[in-house]
Design a binder for this molecule. Structure first.
Ligand code: FAD
Ligand code: SF4
Ligand code: SF4
Length: 470
């Protein structure tokens, strides 16, 4: 082939820069630094502007990715944010925490050979710039107050998205939240170094700007029931109460001192500021050696939070191999960089304690991988006689969460699955009870921020249709 006809190889993907691993593992400041305008534009220019943009199918809320990326490439950053906002009201959050490698970026045509366009990195860049410039979530200018009232239960991404859209349709919205601060997992679960809380606060302030009211410390099903909300004049209710009930292994020793559920551990540190004893009075204990049991995002967060509290070692115990870790690739990579150890093919059998009932170790059995199970992953099989002990002072159990039964058990007319999830129509969030809608983790089980956000938006549309008919 003549030299002039050779195609030049595509420019490699620009990596979102991170802070130095040693430095960052000693504090709670954000790990990923974000693109500069120059890098963002260069990365945007890698996008092929495909006619059939497969990336859009990979986004649970259908962000018009090529259009926003074209605007970035042309330096039209305000326009890029406007395009993203059409589908996604929380881009600064999603750009940081979406598992892009399994969503939009997975199906980018460049993914396999050259590295997907950094869609998440660009979304974050555009959203951060918009926040710096004071660009607001657009309110629909022509909305007139409808006089209808909607209660939203829970202030996680599902509740926030539903509340924002309902307010934009002109309804009066009150969000009831059990905790003292709004945001759901975004504030109590995902640590500051992955998602600075100031960003969540700004998104919530934007919703308040749209007229949404927040009532904190209200536990629906205890403080007030859904029946009582309807009796007090609400025309519709959306339940977005999440899946915040921690699962345990049910092995001996799980009630010893020094054993935490990941939820409690992360809540103490993230929501209640235990990492900053000068400002907050919340105790937390890690001792010298910490074991985290599990392999998902929650386990990575717990391990990386524990590391920042200063123990000598943090070890993740996982019963399969690295290849099967369900956590985001980025989180595993960051955890490894920060010095977290991994003990693969290790299944805890019991937690061991001393006379004072404090943890001293975890007894594990070595596993090997057998045939694939119903999830398609190879099933771990114990190797007889291979027991071993990992010496630790603290154990964090991070093996998953299920829905809290309080709302379903105190609300007549709701149906639940055998796992305790509320049964609701996938496209509308409608439950069997008129006027009552649900979405997010309470319906799907533990999923992702953007899926919860999408469910909240779809439910808001359906609630609006329901209210215009009643
Ligand atoms: P939630 O965010 O759980 O919010 C539910 C809210 O309802 C909570 O604030 C809760 O206090 C409140 N509530 C519950 N019951 C009541 C009641 N009876 N009365 C009043 N309020 C109530 N997803 C990603 O996409 N990327 C990630 O990186 C990621 N990391 C994660 C890390 C951790 C530690 C955890 C736990 C989850 C993570 N997820 C991640 C999953 C994601 O956060 C959830 O799928 C998402 O937050 C679900 O949103 P939601 O609105 O349905 O529920
Ligand atoms: Fe990708 Fe998430 Fe943005 Fe959708 S919202 S384009 S999945 S980063
Ligand atoms: Fe651009 Fe990839 Fe989407 Fe094609 S699939 S439009 S290259 S982001």
């Amino acid at each position: 082939m003549e030299e002039s006809k050779k195609k030049s190889p595509p420019v490699p993907r620009h990596k979102v820069p991170d802070r130095d691993p040693v430095e960052r593992s000693r504090d709670f400041q954000e790990v990923a630094l974000g693109f500069s305008a120059e890098d963002a534009q260069a990365e945007a220019l890698r996008c092929l502007q495909c006619k059939k943009a497969t990336c859009i199918d990979g986004c649970p809320v259908g962000v018009n990715i090529p259009v926003f990326i074209k605007a970035v490439a042309e330096g039209q950053f305000d326009e890029a944010l406007r395009v993203i906002h059409d589908a996604n009201l929380l881009p600064a959050i999603c750009g940081r925490v979406c598992p892009q490698e399994n969503q939009c970026e997975k199906v980018c045509v460049l993914a396999r050979k050259f590295g997907a366009v950094s869609i998440g990195g660009l979304e974050r860049f555009v959203a951060d710039l918009g926040r710096e410039r004071g660009q607001q979530v657009p309110s629909s200018g022509e909305t007139k107050p409808t006089g209808k009232r909607v209660a939203v239960i829970g202030s996680g991404p599902a509740g926030l998205a539903a509340a924002g859209d309902l307010a934009r349709y002109g309804h009066k919205v009150i969000v009831y939240e059990a905790l003292h601060r709004p945001g759901g997992v975004l504030v109590y679960g995902i640590p500051e170094f992955r998602l600075p809380k100031g960003i969540v606060d700004q998104e919530i302030a934007a919703l308040e700007g749209l007229g949404v009211k927040f009532e904190m410390d209200v536990v629906i099903g205890r403080t007030i029931t859904i029946d009582e909300l309807f009796e007090s004049g609400f025309d519709a209710v959306f339940v977005g109460s999440g899946a915040g009930l921690p699962l345990f292994l049910n092995i001996p020793g799980e009630n010893l001192c020094g054993v935490f559920s990941a939820n409690e551990f992360l809540t103490r540190v993230n929501l209640m500021g235990a990492y900053d004893p000068e400002r907050f009075d919340t105790p937390v204990y890690v001792g010298k050696r910490v074991a985290v049991i599990g392999g998902g995002n929650v386990a990575m967060d717990a391990a990386r939070v524990a590391k920042r509290l200063g123990p000598e070692s943090v070890t993740v115990l996982y019963r399969r191999t690295r290849a099967e870790l369900p956590a985001r690739a980025d989180e595993v990579h960051h955890a490894e960089e920060e010095g977290i150890k991994f003990e693969f093919l290790a299944a805890p059998k019991q937690i061991i304690g001393n006379d004072q009932r404090w943890v001293t170790g975890v007894e594990c059995i070595r596993m090997e991988l057998g045939e694939p199970d119903e999830s398609g992953r190879r099933r771990p099989v114990p190797i007889e006689g291979s027991d071993f002990i990992v010496d630790v002072d603290t154990v964090v159990v991070a093996i998953g969460n299920s829905p809290h039964p309080l709302v379903p058990t105190t609300t007549p007319g709701l149906a639940v699955t055998k796992w305790g999830n509320i049964v609701a129509d996938e496209t509308t969030g409608q439950t069997p009870r008129a006027g009552l809608f649900a979405g997010g983790d309470i319906v799907t089980g533990a999923a992702t921020v953007i899926e919860a956000l999408g469910a909240g938006r779809r439910a808001a549309r359906a609630i609006n249709e329901y209210l215009t008919k009643t």
